[in-house]
Design a protein around this ligand. Structure first.
Ligand code: F6R
Length: 242
């Protein structure tokens, strides 16, 4: 696991954005695994900038997103489908058919998971972008999720719902379930780039960098992967002794 320590969110977004941008230049038909939430927004802004400056093209890029709430329509601003269009896809030349975002049909949850798992089985993600939850979740793999888990419907913890409340009007509106890529599918990516910045991530970074591997802290599975880059900042590392 390689750690890149940046000054702040802005610098971390540039560094992580450049890793992805360089990789797109090197392999124009790259397969990217993408995340939502606050952490990757700056990265997406950098990628849009590079696209506008004609440094990169998304014409042949394929993407697979990590997760999506259950019970929220795609046209709802809180859906991850909406988020991805709003923060990245609407601003670059990606082809709609190359975008994959899991969707769980409320009446066919099991089938929805199988369908996404099948799509992931057929592909190899070159770079998987991750954020990290305060409780160590990656995707929406909450603590205790087995490391061999494939796409499934997760019951979100109260901590995660509380953390994500900021995107909704009230806590009650935050869905209690989501569909998420499993840890096994995340770990299949050739390279993983995790971005963690700000003091809200300090406890999570302390735990991740303790190197203990346990299902109690899902991100610790990343210690079992050969090529992980953690792009982080001073605040997120404030509880880690040098
Ligand atoms: C989002 C996702 C989550 C987030 C995590 C951190 O697709 O999979 O694991 O990365 O909850 O969220 P932020 O970045 O909002 O702190």
């Amino acid at each position: 696991m390689q750690i890149i320590k940046c000054k702040d969110y802005e610098e971390a977004s540039k560094v992580a954005g450049d890793i992805i941008s360089d990789a797109i230049q090197e392999k124009p038909d790259i397969v990217l695994g993408l995340a939502t939430g606050s952490s990757p927004i700056g990265i997406y802004q950098n990628l849009i900038e590079d696209y506008k400056n004609k440094k990169i093209s998304f014409e042949n890029v394929r993407t697979y997103n990590l997760d999506e709430y259950v019970g929220i329509d795609r046209d709802c601003p809180q859906s991850y489908y909406y988020f991805m269009n709003d923060h990245l896809f609407n601003h670059v030349n990606i082809k709609q058919e190359n975008v994959h975002i899991p969707y769980a049909t409320p009446k066919a949850l099991e089938e929805s998971c199988k369908k996404y798992s099948k799509e992931l089985d057929k592909t190899v993600v070159d770079i998987q972008l991750l954020g990290i939850g305060a409780n160590g979740h990656i995707g929406f793999n909450e603590p205790k999720t087995p490391f061999d888990q494939k796409t499934f419907i997760v019951q979100l913890t109260e901590k995660t719902r509380e953390d994500n409340k900021r995107f909704f009007n009230t806590l009650e509106e935050v869905p209690s379930k989501a569909i998420t890529m499993g840890i096994a599918e995340i770990m299949k990516a050739k390279k993983i780039v995790l971005i963690a910045t700000g003091k809200n991530k300090a406890e999570a970074m302390k735990r991740l960098l303790s190197k203990e591997v346990t299902t109690d802290f899902p991100a610790s599975a990343l210690h079992l992967h050969q090529d992980v880059i953690v792009v982080t900042d001073e605040e997120a590392l404030s509880l880690v002794n040098d």
